[in-house]
Write a protein that binds this ligand. Structure first.
Ligand code: NI
Length: 396
């Protein structure tokens, strides 16, 4: 039976997958600089006999595994390959050797899992129909997002991709388990930059100044109304100002205050409308209090929608492969993720791979200096991805 064969193959490739993960973890590279990583992935593909490989988005790779009747249908499996500017604090013998750069978002796990899945699928080529496109994507962590560049360079064409699957580590889910969510899953993420200009001076004589600090306070509280009063209750939205700098003193009113924040939501029309509200509220409040302002809302990734049919099919495959008790329902997750670009082009499923293990003290969240995984998760990361791919290709 295919399921037990894939379980067995996932165990057979486990040592190689873990070794690759550790090596990649030791040598992390920042967004769009993944030159050594690209070479490592290329070498692994060559070693396991996958030779239709091409470069995409400079430091990315795209590879093909052709089953029987390869023209029938093509699906794509995606892993991101870049790391983050974080100093690793884990005491493991595969700790980052590139000081200040760390795989703190698990992209080493996604990449090694996809290589494991490729190794399994390449041995089962006579057991499925169609073509599998392996997408090793650079620059997930940095705008404009490697996904958008790969799409521009034609990653979804020739052969045309009919469905796309990606996985991401999730520190809230135990290793051995996975999570799915149909429909809206991750948010669009835009950056807000505001500078309020006033007129600084002695804090004892505020009437002679235009105080950008009190204006900024009004702007921050009023911007909350974008979410609480202007957004439809049916569309989740988040607006947070995370940085505010006004360099005055106890007795000095500064000339300006700078603020930065984020706006996240799940609807493109509302997203555009909200940007206008943010700008208008900031301008009008500032003007009414005598100041001037610069407002910029920088567009980030779009929202990520999981295709209902593809996600239900993948969830069914996961239940078959892991058992119902190991498949969880995910909540909406308002972080941004550039897999969203694919999900806007082709029916897609982005699911979560559990990596937590409290007994082993592995509980750190993503983007922290102590993030790590229970490597047992790599068996699922490789095996389930392969099983989902085969099931997707073998059903019409
Ligand atoms: Ni990530």
């Amino acid at each position: 039976m295919l399921k037990s064969e894939i379980h067995q193959l996932a165990n057979e490739v486990f040592d190689a997958v873990r070794a690759f993960r550790r090596e990649m973890h030791q040598h992390p590279e920042l967004f769009f600089q993944e030159f050594e990583t690209q070479k490592r992935v290329q070498a692994y593909l060559t070693k396991i006999g996958i030779d239709e490989v091409s470069t995409c988005a400079n430091t990315g790779l795209v590879a093909l595994i052709k089953g029987k009747n390869p023209q029938k249908k093509t699906i794509a499996l995606r892993a991101d390959i870049d790391a983050l500017p974080i100093v690793e604090q884990n005491n493991v013998d595969y700790k980052s050797q590139n000081e200040g750069v760390m795989h703190a978002c698990g992209h080493d796990v996604h990449t090694s899992s996809l290589l494991g899945a490729a190794q399994i699928l390449n041995q089962l080529k006579d057991r499925f129909e169609g073509t599998i496109k392996l997408v090793f994507q650079p620059g997930e962590e940095r705008l404009p997002g490697g996904a958008s560049i790969m799409i521009k360079e034609g990653v979804l064409k020739n052969p045309d991709v009919e469905a796309m699957v990606g996985q991401h580590v999730m520190p809230l889910i135990d290793a051995g388990k996975v999570g799915f969510r149909s429909g809206l899953y991750m948010a669009s993420a835009d950056e807000i930059y505001i500078t309020i200009h006033g007129k600084g001076g002695h804090a004892a004589h505020p009437h002679q100044n235009i105080d950008p600090v009190t204006i900024a306070a009004q702007v921050i509280t009023s911007l909350q109304q974008v979410v609480s009063r202007l957004a439809k209750p049916s569309i989740p939205s988040v607006l947070s100002i995370g940085k505010i700098i006004g360099e005055g003193a106890t007795n000095i009113i500064p000339n300006k205050v700078e603020m930065e924040g984020t706006f996240r939501t799940f609807n493109e029309e509302w997203r555009a409308e909200a940007h206008q509200h943010i700008e208008r509220i900031t301008r009008e409040i500032t003007a009414s209090l005598g100041g001037t302002c610069d407002v910029e809302v920088r567009k980030g990734y779009p929202y990520l929608e999981n295709h209902a049919g593809k996600t239900e099919a993948a969830r069914r495959a996961a239940i078959e492969y892991l058992g119902e008790e190991n498949v969880e329902e995910l909540e909406i997750w308002p972080a941004g993720e550039d897999f969203a670009f694919y999900s806007q082009e082709v029916p897609s499923c982005f699911y979560r791979l559990g990596i937590r293990n409290e007994q082993k003290n592995i509980t750190s969240m993503l983007h922290t200096p102590t993030f790590n995984i229970d490597e047992e998760a790599l068996r699922v990361g490789a095996g389930l991805m392969a099983y989902i791919a085969v099931q997707e290709l073998n059903t019409d």
